[in-house]
Write a protein that binds this ligand. Structure first.
Ligand code: SAM
Length: 230
C-alpha cells in the first residue's frame, strides 16, 4: 500500500547548498529562514495559537537526497564517513521516504509565514507538517545515544581582516547576523572527516547570497579568507 503526502510549505533558508549546513538544528542559532505556507494553510487559521510556542518540530523532505532504492546501511559523517551502520540508527539524509525532522526556534508568526532560527535545512526544503514542541514530553532527561553522545567538538574560526570587514558590510546589507552564521557553521568543521586538508586547499559555501571561502592553516583551525558576492 502506498500513501501520498504533499508539502504544506517551503523553507526559504540562509543555506543555498548542502555543504556547511550544520548536521543538526541548534548548532548554528544564527541560521535563519522562513517557512512560507501554501494554500489553504496560508490564511492565518492554521497557525492561530502558535505564537504561544517557542519551538516547533518540522517534518520535511530531504528533497535533494531522494533515492528510489532504500539504503539499509549508511555511513554517517559522525562516524568519520567510513563506518557503516543501520539506517534507523542514524539521522542520515538518505533514508526510506526521505523524511527529516528538526526542532527549531519559532521567532515570529505571521498568517502565511513562520520565522525560524537554528535551522539545518536547505533553501527550498518542502515541509510536510509543523507541530509545537512540548517540553514535558519531548525533552527526555535520562535519554542516551552512544553513537552521538554530545554535540560535535567546535574548532577555532579565525578571520582574514578583509574577510571580516566584508562579512560585516554584507551583514548590514542583508540585515542578517552573517558574521555569527559563518562562525557557527564553520566551527562545526564542515569538511568530510576523511579529507586531510592542506593549507593551500580552499573550501567554499554559499550563505544567503554571498560566497564564503576558507582554508585550514593548521589542523583543527579554520581561517575565513573571502566573503564575496558571486
Ligand atoms: N535534523 C534533521 C534530522 O535529523 O532529520 C536533519 C539531519 S541531516 C543529518 C542534516 C543535513 O541534511 C544537513 O547538514 C544538510 O546537509 C542536509 N539537508 C538539509 N536539508 C536538506 C534537503 N532539503 N535535502 C537534502 N539534504 C538536506
Amino acid at each position: 500500500m502506498s500513501y501520498q503526502v504533499s508539502p504544506i510549505g517551503y523553507v526559504r533558508s540562509c543555506f543555498k547548498e548542502k555543504f556547511a549546513i550544520p548536521r543538526q538544528p541548534h548548532l548554528a542559532p544564527a541560521a535563519q529562514g522562513v517557512l512560507e505556507l501554501c494554500a489553504p494553510f496560508d490564511g492565518g487559521d492554521a497557525v492561530q495559537g502558535l505564537e504561544q510556542v517557542s519551538h516547533v518540530w518540522l517534518l520535511f523532505l530531504f528533497h535533494q537526497a531522494l533515492e528510489d532504492k532504500p539504503r539499509l546501511k549508511v555511513r554517517p559523517p559522525r562516524l568519520g564517513g567510513n563506518r557503516s551502520i543501520g539506517v534507523f540508527a542514524t539521522r542520515a539524509t538518505h533514508r526510506p521516504n526521505g523524511i527529516g525532522q528538526s526542532v527549531v526556534r519559532l521567532d515570529r508568526v505571521e498568517s502565511g509565514r513562520l520565522w525560524l532560527s537554528g535551522i539545518d535545512l536547505l533553501d527550498g526544503t518542502p515541509v510536510l507538517d509543523v507541530k509545537p514542541y512540548v517540553p514535558y514530553a519531548d525533552s527526555v532527561a535520562d535519554a542516551h545515544n552512544h553513537i552521538a553522545a554530545a554535540a560535535p567538538v567546535r574548532i577555532d574560526v579565525l578571520w582574514q581582516d578583509s574577510a571580516l570587514e566584508s562579512a560585516r558590510a554584507h551583514a548590514l546589507r542583508l540585515g542578517e547576523p552573517l558574521v555569527e552564521l559563518i562562525e557557527q557553521c564553520l566551527a562545526q568543521d564542515p569538511r568530510p572527516a576523511y579529507q586531510q586538508p592542506t593549507p593551500e586547499r580552499r573550501y567554499g559555501a554559499r550563505l544567503w547570497d554571498v560566497d564564503v571561502q576558507w582554508h585550514y592553516p593548521q589542523p583543527g583551525c579554520i581561517r575565513v579568507l573571502d566573503v564575496t558576492l558571486p
